[in-house]
Design a protein around this ligand. Structure first.
Ligand SMILES: NC(=O)C1=CN([C@@H]2O[C@H](COP(=O)(O)OP(=O)(O)OC[C@H]3O[C@@H](n4cnc5c(N)ncnc54)[C@H](OP(=O)(O)O)[C@@H]3O)[C@@H](O)[C@H]2O)C=CC1
Ligand SMILES: O=C(O)C1=N[C@H](C(=O)O)C[C@H](O)C1
Length: 267
């Protein structure tokens, strides 16, 4: 059965990649392309940027964007995603959420919405990153004492949230594997006279620059050796393929909150 998909943030970096990916898929059809009022591309064909005619015009009308859709794929900003999710409930639309940077209230709102529709919510949809989460779990258990854990992430100059959603999820995976509470042990950047490192902490360092798609390294630094597990994204296409895979996963499911570990059968 063809999946009828609407894309939010249609003119964004991910939105454009998603439109191409959906249009190229045999089992999907683009039926809506949403962006914000005032966006100069509203009213234009959603495929114009890549020289294709999709027959779907970019709209700022949320209800119109969802009218024909079974799924919404949303990579925008937290406040936008939460508004779109409310409309998904009204229209009976399932949601794939890639947006990062939610606060606790935002995450709770997604949790509540997932009681009424099916939602995949994941800070990184790339298969390689989700495999890396599993590797980190194993490494953390083996290296549970004597190794200091630091997470270093690098992204393009336009990224607005830090640390990345992926880095934060890595922190959660590591903390859980070690029986620690990330809220208690996370250290977000260092400056000045910090004192010696507390061995239970998990440090985060953020780099922003140029067109870096997304790099994540977890360092386990011991005495006489260190282990580094690195994932580097060289294209956003992996995220878009993951999002489409998430739609296929949701196609056969009722309400509930899932992530890419569920989609990929890694739980
Ligand atoms: N889960 C994953 O695998 C991945 C997640 N991401 C996340 O996806 C999000 C988007 O990333 P990216 O595509 O690079 O960002 P962009 O800034 O390129 O695109 C964001 C899009 O959302 C629109 N937008 C901005 N604010 C709002 C709002 N309040 N309501 C609705 N729409 C809005 C923008 O419109 P306008 O330009 O007119 O402001 C734009 O079209 C980020 O949170 C990022 O971290 C990114 C890659 C992978
Ligand atoms: O903003 C981005 O670009 C990315 N955001 C996600 C995150 O915050 O983890 C995923 C990926 O790293 C790219």
């Amino acid at each position: 059965m063809t999946m009828r998909i609407a894309i939010a943030g249609a003119t964004g970096r991910m939105g454009r990649m998603l439109i191409d990916t959906v249009c190229d898929a045999d089992d999907a059809q683009l039926v809506g392309a949403l962006d914000v009022p005032g966006n100069p591309l509203v009213g234009r064909d959603a495929g114009e940027f890549s020289g294709r005619a999709t027959g779907v015009a970019i709209t700022a009308d949320l209800d119109a964007a969802l009218a024909e859709a079974d799924f919404l794929i949303d990579f925008t900003r937290p406040e936008g995603t939460l508004r779109h999710l409310e409309a998904c409930l009204d229209h009976g639309v399932k949601a794939v959420i890639g947006t990062t940077g939610f606060d606790a209230a935002g995450k709770a709102a997604i949790d509540a919405a997932a009681k009424r529709t099916a939602v995949v919510f994941a800070p990184n949809m790339a298969v390689g990153v989700n495999a890396t989460f599993k590797l980190l779990e194993v490494a953390a258990k083996i290296l549970s004492s004597g190794y200091d854990i630091e997470i270093i992430e690098a992204h393009h100059r336009h990224k607005v949230d830090a640390p990345s959603g992926t880095a934060l999820r890595m922190g959660e995976v590591l903390a859980q594997a070690l029986g620690r509470d990330l809220k208690q042990v996370a250290v977000y950047g260092r400056e000045g006279v910090t004192g010696e490192r507390d061995p239970s902490t998990i440090g985060f360092a953020t780099v922003r620059g140029g067109d870096i798609v997304g790099d994540h390294t977890v360092m386990f630094a011991g005495i006489g050796e260190r282990i580094e597990i690195t994932h580097r994204s060289s294209s956003r296409v992996t995220y878009a393929h993951g999002a489409l895979r998430a739609c296929r996963f949701l196609a056969g499911r009722g309400e509930g909150l899932y992530d890419m570990q569920d989609v990929l059968g890694l739980r």
